[in-house]
Structure formats: structure tokens, C-alpha cells
Design a protein around this ligand. Structure first.
Ligand code: ARG
Length: 593
């Protein structure tokens, strides 16, 4: 593991380095990767599980190692000395248990408090990561699926950024489909003066889309004119380009309203951007012998798939796959990304499997057994369901307008907050601005957390009542838990900055140690969430953290105790880590309730 400045990686990474050294010294002839995992065993905090595998490789040929247990003992005896480790033991048939030193753990927490949580960032092997997320289609609705993509993609981008990767947050908007023909034609025919009245002509883009689609489906002559318009747009005729641009702008402004509320930043490079690259890329694939003729279309056959990947349609036009191939080429060769991540619903899995295979056949991506990077990953996610168990829709069975959905989350959380503050008699202490900010943090945070806490592959049921509940595994509960910790510190009357300089953390009580151990496992949870592209790992970590804090707080008196300083620092460390989790999940923390 590479060390990067004063970052040493997660505890798991640090232990892996120690075991790597030991394995190399003990079994120089075997090339063995250390397998280290956190555990809840009685004898340890971490476990190294290599002994059995090594034993079977030795096949009894070693005079020194007579059984897996002795392999385990051999590994222990060659561990480089480290102040991290307090105890070692071999359990069962060779599990090596490691007990961490409580003093070292306390020191690590203290260092984090002095030098910032950045020192707890994991070390990742990828350095330039492109996350392709959100990616709605212009003029069509941005639906809850795009909301999921936006929320999941933003979190992944945040975690990768925190881990010091250079991240490209890419919005691959669908701005080049054949739908533009009918939109433009409809615009020209219904509003000949569209250039003067501009936006007003289009009005509500979704309605406008519906109206032109209706004509397209019902009127054959219109359909012909719309198809003609596509050709004229694609050949670059000014008037058509201008209308296209105008429509894209209006659409984008609408998307921005959603991004603004969610605090999500994206850089647009739409499908149209890659259009000029398609012919060259197809040329390259063709010269490599990948492209074949099939039923008038040009296709790439993929091993194990019955239907080939179509890259040029029968009418000579390009499609989703040709654009994605050109975009991948661009991302690899021009942007030099070494990890490209696509966040879409699982319904698109086949498309990604196929075009990733095509890229491997072309030699753009290495065989993963030989080289891990550059690589591509598809981050699929399940459907959003309504309380009736069907695809999520609003009452009128229209599509859900995302801006309205988010506003409702905020309004509901504001109403709850007001009720709460009235009941506790604290309303007078709050400014309007504070109320507004807190309602936003809770409302939008609730929507995000409800999505992220599930394994992304599962469908999830959208329910305001559930997500805005202040009990259970919700953003509201967690935000309040954080605010409560802040208030413990505030009410102690102590200056936390002074305590950080002069105080010392001691993990004396069993529940203090459990909390401390969980705190120092922050980095490896971020690491796991990044490596497996599973934001729910971080949510579970955060929820566990608040649970372990509650236990600690129930069994250890903080203010007024002999251990007050140490325990206040532990409160602060918990608050810092919780805030970082919120930040990585795209949720604004709340400091008072
Ligand atoms: N626009 C597509 C959709 O709405 C998602 C695009 C995902 N990105 C990609 N490179 N294919 O389904």
C-alpha cells in the first residue's frame, strides 16, 4: 500500500501492510495477498485468514509447519513490531486474531481531531475517476429514476473525492435523440415567431413534448416533416441548430432547479458532444474486425450474447450504443480516466455488459485478470415504488415532478419542525433563516438517506411518513442525534478547541472502547463503499455509530465526571465523523434542535 503524505490508509489497510510483510518473510516462495477483515471475535478486533490457504498450498511438505495452527503462529512471529497491536492469538484452525491497542486507538482519534478527518481518508488505487450520473433526457421528464441516479452518483463522487481521486462528475444528458425532429418541427409550425417570443412558445417543456409526440403519433405527414427536421438538424442547418439549442437550454434550466435543491454539482457533456467522434471510433473498431453487417445494420457480436450490439442502425443513424462507445473512447483517451462509473437503473445492465465487452474486444480495457485499470463499472439500481407497491407515481398517475417532490419533503419537514419547537417552547430561539435551512437539510436529507440506506439493487418504497420519522434508521433521527451531541458539548461550557490541545483521550470503559473502535473504522467503511460502489455501507456505518454513541452516553457520565475531558473529546470525535458521513452522503448537518 502506497503511503501518501501523512495519510496511511484505513486501519485495515495498515494491518494488511503488516501482514503482507510477515507473509513475505514467512513464505518468501509463495506470493500471497493478505486477507484481513474486521471481526467481532472474543479475542480480537481484526482477523487474518491466510493460514488455511497457505497450509493447503504447502501440502504437508514443510518440516516447520505441521498444521494450519503452526502456520498462524509463524505469521504472528514475523509480524513487524507495531504500536497498533496489543495482542495476538491463533484461534481454531489458524485464524490469526489481532487485538488493537486501546492507547493507539485513542491516539489515532486524537490525531484525527488535531489534523482533520482528511487524515482518515482511505487510499484508493484509482486516481482519475469519471462518474456518469443523473443523465436525464432533454425535453422528456426527469423522473424518479434520474433522482436515484443523481443521489447515488453524487455520493459516490463525494466519497471518491474525499479519497483523493480526481473526479469528473459527468452529466451524459440525452440531447441528441430523434425526438428533436418532432420538437423542432412542432415549434416551427405552431410558433412561426418562436425566435422573438422564445421561452413563452415552449412554455412547459413536458407539455410541449406531449403535444408534439401526439402529433407525431397521429399525423403521418407531420411525422415525415419531423424526420426531415432530424436530418436537417444533424446536417447542421443554422435554424435547426438554434431551435435545438433553445430547447436544450430550457430543459437544462429545469434540471438545474433539482440540482440546486439537492446541492449536486455536475458537468454536462451530452450525447451530442460525442457525435463527431462516432465515425472515427467505428472506423477503428471496424479495422480491428469487430464490426459486422447484420440485417442491414452494422453490429458487434459479443460472446455469450444472442443478440449483437447494434452500432449503426439500418437507416444509417447512430444510436445509444454508438454514442456510448465514442464517449468511452473519449473518456479513456482524452480525459485519461482510469475508472469510469455509470449510474443507471438495472434495466440497462445488458447495454452496459455488452458495450463493456465490445471495449474489451477492442483492447481498450485490459483483461481484469492481468491488469485492474482502466476499468468500467455499471452501478445499477432498482425501482422506486409507491406505497401501493407499484412504480412510484403521483395521485393523478402523471409522472412525478421532481421539484415538487423535493418541495413537499421540505414543507413537510418544516411543519414537523415547527410543531416540535412549539411543543418544546423553543420556537422563539429560532430565526426564519435557521428554520428554513434546517427544514431543507432535513427534508432533502430524508429523501437522500431513504434512497441510499438500502442496497441500491433493491427496489425501494418512497414514503414521506417513513423517511421523515424521527425514530428508526432515518436522516431525521441521525441529524437529531448529531445535534444532541453538539448540544452536550455546548452545554458543558468547555472550549473544545482548548481541550483538543491539552486534553487526552483514554478509552477506559468497555463502551468507550467500542465507540472508539467504531470511530477508527471510518476509513475502511468509506473504502468498502467506494470499492464495491455501495453507499448503503456508509449509511450502516453511520447508523451504527449513533447506536454505539448512545450506549456510551448511557453508561458513561460525561459532564461533571472525572473523565470529562476525555469523554467530551470522544463526543467531538463522534460529531466530526458523523458530519463527514453526512457530507459524503450529500446531507447538510443540523447543529441544534
Ligand atoms: N440518458 C439515459 C437515460 O435516461 C442515461 C444515460 C446514462 N449514461 C450513459 N453513458 N449511457 O436512461
Amino acid at each position: 500500500i502506497v503511503q501518501d503524505g501523512n495519510r496511511v490508509g484505513s486501519v485495515k489497510q495498515q494491518l494488511s501492510s503488516l501482514f503482507e510483510a510477515s507473509l513475505r518473510a514467512t513464505f518468501p516462495e509463495l506470493n500471497i495477498e493478505p486477507m484481513v477483515a474486521a471481526c467481532t471475535a472474543k479475542f480480537g478486533d481484526y482477523q487474518c485468514n491466510n493460514a488455511m490457504g497457505i497450509w493447503s498450498k504447502l501440502k504437508g511438505a514443510s518440516a516447520e509447519f505441521k498444521n494450519p495452527k503452526s502456520v498462524g503462529q509463524g505469521i504472528i512471529s514475523n509480524l513487524p513490531p507495531s504500536e497498533m497491536i496489543e495482542s495476538t492469538s491463533v484461534a481454531g484452525p489458524g485464524f490469526v486474531n489481532i487485538g488493537l491497542s486501546s492507547t493507539w486507538m485513542a491516539q489515532s482519534i486524537q490525531n484525527m481531531l488535531s489534523n482533520g478527518i482528511g487524515t482518515w481518508a482511505p487510499l484508493l488505487p484509482a486516481s482519475r475517476v469519471l462518474v456518469d450520473f443523473s443523465s436525464p433526457n432533454i425535453a422528456k421528464e426527469m423522473h424518479v429514476g434520474h433522482l436515484r441516479s443523481t443521489i447515488i452518483g453524487d455520493t459516490l463522487a463525494r466519497m471518491l473525492e474525499f479519497s483523493n481521486a480526481e473526479v469528473f462528475r459527468r452529466n451524459h444528458v440525452g440531447d441528441w435523440g430523434t425526438q428533436f425532429g418532432m420538437l423542432i418541427q412542432h415549434l416551427f409550425e405552431t410558433f412561426p415567431n418562436w425566435e422573438d417570443i422564445g421561452e413563452q412558445a415552449i412554455g412547459d417543456l413536458q407539455e410541449f413534448y406531449k403535444a408534439s409526440k401526439k402529433r407525431f403519433d397521429e399525423d403521418d405527414l407531420f411525422k415525415e416533416r419531423a424526420q426531415e427536421a432530424v436530418v436537417r438538424l444533424q446536417s447542421g442547418e443554422d435554424k435547426y441548430r438554434d431551435a435545438w439549442k433553445r430547447i436544450c437550454e430550457i430543459s437544462r434550466r429545469e434540471f438545474d432547479l433539482v440540482y440546486e435543491r439537492l446541492g449536486v454539482h455536475l458537468e454536462v457533456k451530452g450525447e451530442s458532444f460525442y457525435n463527431p467522434y462516432i465515425p472515427g471510433v467505428l472506423e477503428e473498431l471496424s479495422s480491428k474486425g469487430l464490426i459486422e453487417e447484420s440485417e442491414g445494420a452494422r453490429v458487434i457480436f459479443i460472446e455469450g450474447q444472442q443478440i449483437p450490439l447494434i452500432v449503426v442502425k439500418r437507416d444509417g443513424g447512430y444510436n445509444y450504443a454508438s454514442t456510448d462507445l465514442a464517449a468511452l473512447w473519449y473518456r479513456l483517451n482524452v480525459e485519461k480516466a482510469d475508472w469510469i462509473i455509470y449510474v443507471t437503473d438495472v434495466g440497462q445492465s445488458l447495454h452496459f455488459t455488452m458495450f463493456f465487452s465490445a471495449a474489451k474486444r477492442a483492447g481498450w480495457l485490459p483483461d481484469s485478470n492481468i491488469k485492474a485499470f482502466p476499468k468500467t463499472s455499471h452501478v445499477g439500481f432498482g425501482l422506486v415504488l409507491g406505497s401501493d407497491g407499484k412504480r412510484f407515481r403521483t395521485r393523478s398517475s402523471e409522472v412525478v415532478r421532481l421539484v415538487e417532490l423535493l418541495d413537499e419533503a421540505k414543507n413537510r419537514s418544516k411543519a414537523e419542525l415547527l410543531k416540535r419547537l412549539e411543543e418544546s417552547g423553543k420556537l422563539a430561539e429560532w430565526t426564519d433563516e435557521e428554520l428554513e435551512k434546517t427544514a431543507e437539510a432535513i427534508g432533502y436529507g430524508a429523501v437522500k438517506y431513504a434512497d441510499l440506506k438500502n442496497n441500491r439493487l433493491t427496489n425501494y418504497t418512497f414514503s414521506f411518513d417513513q423517511m421523515l420519522n424521527d425514530k428508526g434508521n432515518t436522516a431525521v433521527y441521525l441529524l437529531y442525534a448529531h445535534a444532541r451531541i453538539c448540544s452536550i458539548i455546548r452545554k458543558s461550557g468547555k472550549e473544545i478547541e482548548d481541550l483538543k490541545k491539552t486534553g487526552r483521550i483514554v478509552l477506559g470503559h468497555a463502551d468507550e472502547r467500542i465507540l472508539g473502535l467504531h470511530l477508527i473504522r471510518f476509513a475502511e467503511n468509506v473504502e468498502e463503499a467506494c470499492t464495491n460502489l455501495l453507499p448503503n455501507v456508509l449509511c450502516e456505518y453511520l447508523y451504527d455509530l449513533s447506536d454505539k454513541f448512545s450506549r456510551f452516553y448511557a453508561s458513561c457520565q460525561v459532564v461533571g465526571s472525572a473523565e470529562e475531558t476525555s469523554r467530551l473529546l470522544l463526543c467531538e470525535a463522534t460529531a466530526v465523523v458523523m458530519r463527514k458521513c453526512f457530507h459524503l452522503l450529500g446531507i447538510q448537518p443540523v447543529y441544534k434542535i
